[in-house]
Design a protein around this ligand. Structure first.
Ligand code: AQP
Length: 333
């Protein structure tokens, strides 16, 4: 909370081309807070380098992610949109919070276990302390709500624990944030292996629908989605592929599982997969159109980055200097 106004903060890593998982689990929910909350939405490039990135790709994706924020309805005059590395207070608070975070807590993080198994040749300290940087991102803005997909809920809960621990020693420092996981779209699964989360860093491009995929590609990918040998469209345990497609269809149409089952009664998986592809392509078309317009004006994007960083820094400095004072760092004016 800043000046009696509630705060929403969230971020997306420019670590790959953004997927419909990022869109349905996070991005499209960000704008619901724009009117009533003070909102900070960050392109978290610091988090992206916990796995190796090609510098030119990271740079390009940072612009693209900002353009996608705007294409998903985030007006830069109503939301503070910025790049994490442009606001150095994130890294500074992160160091301080490292000293209030336990080794055991970080060892229990599911994402650390998954990513260290996936990148066994590069289990760097940044991968391990990633949740502390995320806690700093959130706590710097005295955040009340963090809209995220379910995979990030554990990290927001750790940010709460760190803030509570810090507040116990230095009262009234941080607002305790709440993770907000949308009921629909909380975890979109891979189309090739529906027991696995859909991820932008998946090497199999057919497992993932990207926000910027063209219509034919989207329809083709859904047609190929792994399902089961049953033929009727119904939500049931063990039918991971169909359950995932029903969740996606429900996210785009607002229909319940019962309504979807009724709609596809007597029809096969082929018809259903084609319908999922159609509604997804229809929903993404206007986002893609706006994205292309925003991306074509690089100077304007850079001006937005600068403006966003200045706004964010103002709030970030206030919290950081409060923290530094409390812990005993000398402040000279
Ligand atoms: N499959 C998903 N379903 C629902 N929500 C998802 N999110 C990610 N994948 C899904 C949500 O998107 C937001 C931004 O994610 P991130 O960029 O911070 O990183 P991530 O969670 O690690 O996402 P990826 O796509 O899996 O990235 P990589 O492959 O780089 O690790 C978060 O709110 C996340 O919950």
């Amino acid at each position: 909370m800043f000046n009696d106004q509630k705060v929403s903060f969230s971020g997306v890593q420019p670590s790959g081309n953004l997927t419909i998982g990022n869109y349905l689990g996070a991005l499209r929910n960000f704008s619901t807070y724009s009117e009533a909350y003070k909102t900070f939405y960050c392109v978290v490039d610091g988090h992206a380098i916990t796995v190796r990135q090609v510098p030119a790709d990271l740079r390009r994706r940072t612009y693209e992610t900002l353009a996608l924020y705007m294409a998903c309805g985030l007006d830069p005059n109503k939301n503070t949109l910025y790049v994490q590395s442009h606001v150095h207070e994130h890294a500074e608070l992160s160091w301080i919070l490292n000293c209030f975070t336990m080794f055991g807590e970080l060892s229990r993080m599911t994402q650390f276990k998954d990513k260290s198994a996936k990148h066994a040749d590069n289990i760097n300290a940044g991968l391990f302390t990633y949740p502390v940087l995320m806690a700093a991102d959130i706590l710097l803005y005295q955040t009340d709500v963090v809209p995220v997909g379910i995979d990030q809920k554990q990290h927001v809960e750790l940010a709460r624990d760190i803030a509570t621990r810090f507040n116990a020693v230095f009262p009234d420092t941080f607002t305790i944030p709440e993770p907000v996981v949308a009921k629909s779209g909380m975890k979109i699964m891979s189309l090739a292996d529906p027991t696995k989360k859909m991820s932008k860093s998946d090497e199999n491009v057919n497992a993932v629908v990207y926000i910027l995929d063209d219509r034919d590609t989207i329809i083709r990918k859904f047609k190929r989605a792994v399902t089961d040998s049953d033929t009727c469209v119904r939500y049931a345990e063990g039918k991971d592929g169909i359950n995932n497609l029903m969740s996606i269809y429900s996210c785009f149409t607002g229909k319940t599982n019962e309504e979807i089952e009724r709609e596809f009664e007597g029809k096969g998986y082929g018809d259903f997969k084609a319908a999922v592809g159609e509604v997804c392509a229809d929903a993404l078309a206007p986002v893609q159109e706006k994205f292309n317009a925003f991306l074509s004006d690089k100077a304007q994007l850079e001006a937005q980055m600068k403006k966003g960083a200045e706004e964010a820094s103002y709030y970030a400095r206030r919290t950081l200097s409060k923290v530094q004072k409390k812990i005993g760092f000398v402040q000279v004016k």
